[in-house]
Design a protein around this ligand. Structure first.
Ligand code: GSH
Length: 389
């Protein structure tokens, strides 16, 4: 069989990843990939519009045959190259159940994703709107029900239904994390899907790319808007390729040990901002305080350790306080979070000497004694009580 398959793609796109997974599952050789960067408007260029007036990716070319829409593409690939694959069996009822879930992806899951991520990538949104969140939750509710008493979305075998929906649901999970307690079936199903080689090769890399873009757009957009609002001219934009580890190079770490983007350099003055402390505390205690878990998850404790490491570096400046010789709002703000973190994961003075002595210094201040201790003690009691139950 001579193939001349060409796929117009961008790795972060969920429907593109559904096609990748099928290509992997069928082990189709020699597919040619054409990068189509939506963020660069590649899909609106004349050549692409000629073959796909709807300007969506994925788009497949098989010789002279042109086909868009991931659901149409994956069923076509199985029909033509699948050798009666179990992913899309010929039995009319089995096939109908799979088709139903493909339409569920097209009609419910994917629109919920698009409504939420488009305003971030192509508009100015920096958070999800309540209406958008409600659509995602409703999509999760349906999926949870479909998976009650069934390992897979269309019967007792993995099929195209799972491949198509997992590309979208794993991406929705980046926008609105799927809570294990409310959605145990979805979480177990996601874990099952993640075990497959086609998922690891076809979905995981693009999902990470989606996560990177999402974070970058959320963080960068506010800075871009401020630059516009202040009508600042001559701002030089420097691309920092996180995948190539450019943020981990020595010269970058020297000025920004937290190695984040965006970072502004104003001559010798470097400034960046990335919420680390409170999100890692909240992420760790929330499952225990509100979701009935009885121990802290190791992956969350690892985030707290990372936060301690950053603090240790910030305090390696032979100055007693976070921003110099004087106590400032920076110390007050950070110590309220760090003292709570210390309840969850005690700060070891051997590992973090600077951090431990800064904590001691803070604890001696009147503002700490009067303003922090009563609430901190209450927090400690609450955490202990939940861990004991
Ligand atoms: N139902 C389509 C959705 C395709 C789609 O909307 N893809 C997005 C990227 S994830 C796109 O191409 N957006 C650009 C546009 O619509 O102009 C499918 O499954 O392929």
């Amino acid at each position: 069989m001579r193939m001349a398959l060409k796929l117009f793609k961008m790795d972060a796109s969920p429907p593109v990843r559904a096609v990748y997974m099928v290509i992997e599952a069928l082990k189709l050789p020699e597919v040619k990939y054409v990068e189509t960067d939506l963020l660069n408007d590649d899909h609106l260029k004349d050549d692409f519009l000629k073959i796909n007036p709807q300007h969506t990716i994925p788009h497949l070319t098989d010789g002279d045959f042109q086909l868009s829409d991931s659901h149409a593409i994956i069923t076509y690939l199985i029909n033509k190259y699948g050798n009666n694959s179990d992913l899309y069996p010929n039995d009319p009822q089995k096939r109908a159940m799979i088709d139903q879930k493909l339409h569920f992806d097209s009609g419910i899951l994917y629109p919920a994703l698009r409504e939420n991520d488009e305003p971030i990538f192509f508009g100015t949104a920096t958070s999800l709107k309540p209406g958008g969140v409600a659509k995602i939750k409703s999509a999760y509710d349906f999926t949870e029900k479909f998976l009650t008493g069934s390992k897979w979305l269309a019967g007792n075998k993995l099929t195209l239904a799972d491949i198509s929906c997992v590309a979208t649901i794993s991406t929705l999970n980046e926008l609105l994390p799927i809570d294990e307690v409310t959605y145990p079936n979805i979480c177990a199903w996601l874990n099952r899907c993640e075990e497959y080689e086609f998922y690891k090769k076809g979905n995981q890399p693009g999902l990470l790319e989606f996560r990177r873009l999402l974070k970058m757009y959320l963080a960068l957009r506010s800075v871009f808007m401020a630059i516009e609002a202040l009508e600042l001219e001559n701002v030089q934009m420097v691309d920092v390729n996180l995948f190539k580890g450019e943020h981990l190079r020595e010269e970058y770490l020297k000025v920004n040990p937290q190695h984040t983007v965006p970072m502004l350099a104003d001559n010798d003055f470097y400034i960046w901002d990335s919420g680390i402390l409170f999100p890692s505390l909240r992420g760790t205690v929330e499952p225990v305080l509100f979701w009935g878990e009885t121990s802290f998850r190791p992956e969350n404790l690892a985030k707290i350790k990372k936060a301690y490491e950053f603090m240790e570096k910030f305090l390696t400046n032979s100055k007693p306080w976070l921003t110099g010789d004087e106590v400032t709002l920076a110390d007050i703000c950070c110590v309220s979070t760090l003292s709570s973190m210390h309840v969850v994961l005690p700060i070891d003075a051997e590992d973090y000497p600077n951090l431990a002595s800064w904590m001691k210094l803070c604890a001696l201040q009147q503002f700490y004694v009067a303003g922090n201790i009563p609430g901190l003690e209450q927090f400690e009691r609450l955490v202990k009580q939940k861990l004991d139950t």
